[in-house]
Design a protein around this ligand. Structure first.
Ligand SMILES: *Cc1c(COP(=O)(O)O)cnc(C)c1O
Length: 433
């Protein structure tokens, strides 16, 4: 038997996250206060985040201990996750390349996002926080946070963009099953939401409005904090459990990937998968190339400007130095809802700026072609977001075939597509162009 899966035992799971900040080619530019344009001080974040997360956001420690309770919770979401060989996909492509994918879809919430929702909720619980507010678009992040708050016994209040709340009931119901309160945004429970509804009682909502509502509910609440599912340094940090496991798995295989690929919305699954290996590359210990994949209609890394911009659409958050299309950029309604962010994490942006990470962009149709090819070969239906990484892996495998090179290609399988079948229906019916 040839094992097509490389696993780790629970005892082999890494017990520290990797913090890339001290290893970056130059120090990361600080977030700026939206009013004064001066660097934000740690205490400015205290109404929103527990102190432990603020410390992690700015930490210069290379390795940070994962608390025992979080390691315990990671096992609940199927960590350590397997590194799988896509041999049937290789055969379908007739490529001499080897293709591997890291299974982040095996979390009960369906994506990598529980790696940070569990960590964030844990630190909130330790500080005595009783309730966490957040926003969600299509619902992946809300679902992950609802699972985590349920696990650690905190209340969860989610503001879900109304268009998704109405059109995508299944993630909404998952959140409710986990005990979260889910409000369509704009809602009637915040002043900002009420103001929006006065203007338009049928307002479809936006992520920017939902963020504003979640922050208002946090600041006005008792023993309440706010949580974000991507972009910030501490979120990238928590996700590095993915890449640290992957390095161990490649060690077991006695191989080194030539390419590591991830899709980028805010950047967290890409960062989590690649940062530990990028750390090695920065120390000149590996020659792996890193590829960040985004949709052509939201080309922040390939066409955006590297400048200070707001993290949200409403312009309420601190300014971050990143590749951005402008905070008022309105992306087309593609099925990969998780990739519709106007910017990208400051850490990922800095690595693109220094040419350590190469960004590429694809059209929706070619991404779904790759998704269906993958599902036919491997039996797993990928999320539309994940399928961007698959498309890049397929392209590299075909290039290796042309040059007859035995390349090793690895991509992060960020989530399954079982709640995205509406997108597949659109594709299967031949309506996607
Ligand atoms: C949220 C999400 C993404 C995009 O977010 P990142 O922070 O860039 O990782 C990608 N894939 C899946 C499955 C998601 O749920």
């Amino acid at each position: 038997m040839r094992p097509l899966r490389t696993t780790l035992t629970p005892e082999e799971m890494p017990t520290k996250w990797y913090n890339i900040l001290p290893d970056l080619p130059e120090p990361l530019a600080p977030p700026l206060h939206p009013g004064t344009k001066q660097p934000v001080s740690p205490s400015d974040f205290e109404p929103l985040f527990p102190k432990a997360l603020i410390a992690q956001e700015m930490s210069s420690e290379r390795y940070i201990d994962i608390p025992d309770e979080v390691l315990q919770a990671y096992m609940l979401v199927n960590r350590p996750s397997p590194l799988q060989r896509a041999e049937r996909l290789e055969k379908a492509l007739k490529t001499p390349a080897k293709i591997y994918y890291k299974r982040e879809d095996l979390s009960p919430a369906g994506s990598h996002k529980t790696n940070t929702s569990l960590a964030q909720t844990y630190y909130n619980m330790k500080q005595g926080v009783e309730k966490i507010t957040t926003e969600t678009g299509a619902g992946q992040w809300g679902t992950a946070l609802a699972l985590a708050t349920n696990y650690f016994g905190l209340k969860c209040q989610v503001f879900m963009v109304r268009a998704s709340y109405d059109q995508k009931p299944y993630r909404r119901e998952m959140m409710r099953v986990y005990g979260a309160e889910v409000n369509p945004s704009p809602s009637t429970i915040t002043d900002f939401g009420k103001k929006m509804l006065e203007k338009d009682p049928k307002h479809p909502g936006s992520l920017g409005i939902a963020i504003s509502e979640a922050i208002e509910a946090c600041v006005k609440g008792n023993s309440t904090k706010y949580s974000l599912g991507s972009v910030l340094n501490h979120v990238m940090l928590h996700q590095t459990i993915i890449g640290r496991e992957t390095l161990l798995q490649f060690q077991k295989l006695g191989e080194q990937p030539d390419y590591m690929i991830g899709c980028v919305g805010g950047g967290s699954n890409f960062a989590g998968f690649t940062f530990p290996a990028i750390g090695e590359k920065l120390k000149k210990k590996t020659s792996t190339e890193f590829i960040a994949v985004e949709p052509k209609v939201v080309p922040s890394l390939t066409k955006g400007k590297y400048e200070y911009d707001f993290g949200d659409t409403a312009g309420m958050t601190p300014l971050l130095l990143m590749y951005t299309l402008g905070h008022d950029f309105v992306p087309s309604p593609i099925h990969a809802g998780g990739l519709r962010y106007h910017g990208a994490a400051p850490t990922v942006s800095a690595l693109v700026k220094h040419k350590i990470v190469k960004p590429v962009a694809y059209e929706q149709k070619e991404v779904f072609d790759a998704a269906v090819l993958f599902a036919e070969a491997e039996g797993v239906i990928p999320a539309p977001e994940t399928s961007h990484a698959i498309k890049s892996a397929v392209d590299l495998a075909l290039e290796a075939k042309k040059k007859n090179e035995k390349k090793i290609i690895a991509f992060n399988f960020s989530g399954h597509g079982l709640l995205d079948l509406g997108g597949y229906q659109h594709y299967m019916d031949g309506k996607m162009t």
